[in-house]
Write a protein that binds this ligand. Structure first.
Ligand SMILES: Nc1nc2c(ncn2[C@@H]2O[C@H](COP(=O)(O)OP(=O)(O)O)[C@@H](O)[C@H]2O)c(=O)[nH]1
Ligand SMILES: [Mg+2]
Length: 572
């Protein structure tokens, strides 16, 4: 049911919709605009062509089945007995609402009555039910003849009962036959098959021959003749084998198509659309090449992906480990270090701050991933892009197509996405910072520092004072010990002891400081394995989205390619 106008319109609309989606990618904006313009013109011209539907006139006596025949052509009921002629000499015109009335019609010349419908199968066909012979008075004859002049096809309808009617042939003789656009239909042949099929066929053959003879006698030597039963409820597909209605219908639609093709040719529309299609054909070739490039790039990506993720995992783990260590180390009010260790920590902390002055303070920082990590992702994403662009360049694909791919793979947007996602992820993780208890560690520090202190006290008490205390512990020996401490403290020996004590404290403070760091690093790195998973997933998703994007793009262009290629080859 795809008639030439419909096909042309569909093609033009499809071209416009391709343009809407940015095709052809290989053309610049100006050239694309040009095509849109051309296609618009084609559609516009088509509009005016469509005002010129195939005009069919049906001539016949009352009750031969003209209305039934029209319904059969339309495939649904457009004509009914309720469509009474206002006057018996009126023409009834069945017209689709989208098609304008016949341009030549002058009501004062040929009185007519229009019935509009919206049955699309016969949109481009104007069915004109002419006044019955029985009622065409001699003075109207001229008008009807003039009306027929404008029609593309004239269908002479008669029926089994009426094909002998002299008025039919009399009228036939009076019509000029120069245009050879006559067609004869003998209706109600089902009445021949009421009894026996064999006998029916014999009757049919005789009847047709007889009708043909009548026509010959009236100057029609080789009539285009169809013997039908218009009322067969299964008109088109499963009608009786002798029923030529399907052939008749096919002929009528062919005439419509021929007229459409002719007017398309006259208006040069086919050539215009063809030149557009040849642009699309080139595009199709480019897109096919591009699809191949994408295919190879995707394969390449699949193999590189594992290595990328390993790199990513390494980078992420390092970052997270650092981030966690520093978070655990610098969490306020929960230092595991006491005394000298704490002092060493403060000392080194100050050093670090001095060295890195100007850098973010850890507590207040927003945990953005480090530049090196971002750069790593950027390198990976750009590797995909570069790989594809390099393949495209090798095949000398046009510049606009390269730009299209580049903007499709928008690397910087993906980098931003990832950066944001990682930052968010870390922020969430920070809320669930573990609080390791360093109670044992603190206890050891307490014990050691206390022991040192006691040792120090013991050392500076002096042998005599201690012996005094041990032999008789009373207030005098205690006072003796105190005096001995003070005495020693201000002597050279005492100073040496104090120095040793301080050095030991510092040494162990440093050891604890180091050991604390190692413990924290261990806790951090133990947690990292688990925590890095989510981030790695984000990373992988972002890479997967490049793959998906490319795959979607490839599928999309594949579907367009078949349209573009299909068109050109079918046009040739
Ligand atoms: N048996 C038979 N009757 C038909 C056939 N076609 C039409 N008729 C009948 O003939 C009568 C006239 O049909 P209609 O289409 O109104 O004829 P019109 O006056 O030429 O428009 C109606 O009663 C139809 O049912 C047919 O193929 N076979
Ligand atoms: Mg009728």
């Amino acid at each position: 049911m795809d008639h030439p106008y419909g096909q042309l319109r569909r093609d033009a609309n499809q071209i416009l919709s391709l343009m809407d989606q940015g095709f052809p990618f290989s053309l610049g904006e100006e050239e694309r605009k040009g095509i849109i313009n051309e296609t618009g013109k084609v559609l516009h011209k088509l509009d005016s062509l469509e005002r010129n539907a195939l005009g069919i006139g049906l001539l016949g006596g009352t009750g031969v089945g003209k209305s039934t025949l029209m319904n059969g052509l339309a495939g649904s009921k457009i004509a009914s007995s309720s469509h009474r002629r206002p006057h018996t000499d009126h023409v009834l015109i069945y017209r689709h609402t989208d098609v304008p009335p016949l341009p030549f019609l002058d009501r004062s010349e040929v009185p007519y009555h229009e019935i509009t419908h919206n049955i699309s199968s016969i949109e481009q066909i104007l069915l004109c039910d002419l006044p019955d012979f029985d009622s065409i008075a001699a003075e109207h004859r001229e008008r009807v003849i003039r009306f027929l002049e404008h029609l593309d096809l004239i269908v002479w309808v008669t029926s089994l009962e009426k094909y002998g009617d002299a008025r039919f042939y009399e009228f036939l003789r009076s019509i000029p036959k120069s245009k050879r656009n006559f067609l004869f239909v003998l209706n109600k042949l089902d009445l021949l098959f009421l009894d026996d099929l064999q006998q029916g066929y014999e009757l049919l053959s005789r009847t047709l021959k007889s009708f043909q003879n009548h026509l010959k006698e009236n100057g029609i030597d080789e009539p285009l003749l169809y013997g039908i039963a218009a009322e067969d409820p299964l008109l088109t597909d499963r009608s009786a084998p002798w029923n030529q209605f399907p052939l008749f219908r096919q002929y009528v639609f062919q005439q419509r198509d021929i007229k459409e093709i002719r007017s398309i040719r006259t208006a040069n529309l086919d050539v215009e659309l063809k030149s557009i299609f040849s642009v699309l054909e080139r595009e199709a070739i480019h897109l096919r090449t591009l699809a191949g490039c994408i295919e190879s790039s995707l394969r390449e990506m699949e193999t590189s992906k594992a290595a990328w993720l390993v790199e990513a995992e390494k980078g992420l783990s390092e970052w997270l480990g650092r981030e966690w260590t520093s978070l655990l180390l610098h969490r306020k009010g929960s230092s595991a270090l006491i005394g000298p260790g704490q002092a060493v920590d403060l000392l080194f902390g100050e050093f670090r701050l001095l060295r890195k002055s100007g850098e973010r303070s850890i507590e207040a920082s927003s945990p953005a991933p480090p530049q090196s990590l971002i750069d790593l992702f950027k390198t990976q994403a750009e590797e995909v892009k570069d790989d594809l662009l390099r393949r495209m360049l090798v095949h000398s694909l046009p510049g606009p197509l390269l730009e299209r791919v580049e903007s499709l793979l928008d690397v910087s947007a993906r980098v931003e996405n990832l950066e944001e996602a990682l930052t968010r992820n870390l922020a969430v993780q920070r809320q669930t910072l573990p609080s390791p208890s360093f109670r044992g560690f603190r206890f050891i520090q307490h014990s050691i520092y206390t022991a040192f202190f006691l040792l120090f006290l013991a050392a500076i008490g002096g042998r005599e004072a201690w012996e005094g205390i041990l032999s008789g512990p009373d207030w005098r020996t205690a006072l003796g010990l105190l005096l001995s401490w003070i005495d020693t403290l201000f002597s050279g020996k005492g100073l040496a002891a104090l120095g040793t004590y301080a050095a030991l404290n510092f040494y162990f403070g440093f050891r604890f400081y180091r050991s604390h760091r190692r413990r924290v690093e261990k806790i951090a790195s133990d947690g990292v394995k688990q925590r890095v998973k989510g981030m790695l997933e984000t990373w992988e998703n972002e890479i997967q989205s490049v793959i998906d994007e490319l795959e979607g793009f490839r599928t999309d262009i594949r579907s367009k390619i078949s349209f573009m290629e299909g068109k050109v080859s079918s046009e040739q």
